[in-house]
Design a protein around this ligand. Sequence first.
Ligand code: EPZ
Length: 429
Amino acid sequence: MEKFIIKGKTALQGSVRISGSKNSAVALLPASVLTDSTVHIENLPDITDVRTMISILEDLGVKIRRRGRNAVELTPGSLSKIAPSYDLVKKMRASYYFMGSLLARFGKAEVPIPGGCDLGPRPIDQHLKGFAALGAKSSIEHGMIKLISEKLVGARIYFDVVSIGATVNLMLAAAAAEGRTVLENVAKEPEIVDLANFLNAMGASIRGAGTDVIRIDGTNKFSGARHTVIPDRIEAGTFMLAAAATRGSVVVDDVIPKHLEAITAKLREVGAIVEVEPETIKVTGVANLKPSDLKTFPYPGFPTDLQPPGMVLLTAAKGLSVVTENVFDGRYNHVDDLKRMGAHIKVEGRTALIEGGNSLSGAPVSAPDLRSGAALIIAAIMAEGVSEICAIEHVDRGYDRFEEKLIKLGASIKRAKVTELDCSTGNTE
Ligand code: EPZ
């Protein structure tokens, strides 16, 4: 295991180039198996989840050529397996996208029941409901989800819950189904639009991505394609919130401001200065941040993945703020450790009350999941004194060269080895 040793208190200053979107990349890579031809994907973030996804593709028999840190060439012509290796798949939840893509290609798929961050229950009932509507039969045997279908036939599917995962999986399966599929009450995130653009470049016929209704006319002819992953709006938002929380001034480069409107609005509401240009956003923190109510919603609402860093920002705003997590049942894994650093937070169900304005102090803490880990890192940069954040592997899953980027912005961060025992008991040298 590894930890970050962070010495606060620092105001982040400078500019940072945002990497490609993790949540787009982990959908684009499995989608490549729909074709036998070669696809080129550029601007991939160099993170653990992408490396795991590429290993799964290799395990399935896809020929891979890495083109530098952030690009890959995939030729699935030699694809032979319908069951990705359990050891690889259990490392990341998004591996369940192989359900939709292998079902589309082979008419069957065997994927272990997904793991993933501990954010509360993460059912896949909407995925299975959609596959059944297209004519696939599913069963769960020995921890594996087995899907089989003689022929996928287009259908009208109304999702009971807005789900990114279910929207992605059904786009993948419906792209190769016979006839038209209409998906309603779908996720509208930019990553859904990015996937639709990639599938259409490969020969699919998908319209309406980014709206509530997606229409897909299935085909069995897919070609190669070249695609550049969109910028990671969650990474960009993490740095924007960190700039305001540390009362620094940070420019995030290579972003799509439209994808960040909810974050820009919230930052302005708490008094930060936000200057928006066509491909960059500059955020400058102020001494007297104002408390605010932060509610998470599916896109274009404030993203749940930025709720943990958003909460850290609100600990710096004098007065009472209220956070309401509307997407997941249990996304407050960062609260206990923030309280160890001196934050005054009270959680009641989906709501967290933050009495902001008290400065934080460094402490030994542990990253419980990806976005809570990022939040604790921001808190450690804001805090007086030294913090040690172990289980940093969680953060490496989704942030490309995170400490390098933060050090360039003036943070004092060192990476070090730590034993499992030290991490769990909080002992530090
Ligand atoms: C995606 O997860 C993201 N992961 C998550 O980002 C993100 O937090 C989440 O969407 C919400 O925005 C990827 O894109 C790889 P959902 P996903 O299906 O698809 C319920 C990160 O940090 N639901 O949109 O698993 C579910 O319980 C990660 O980058 C059902 O009830 O999320 C949740 O309450 C963490 N039945 C809500 O819908 C289903 O069949 C939204 O989940 C599916 C979901």
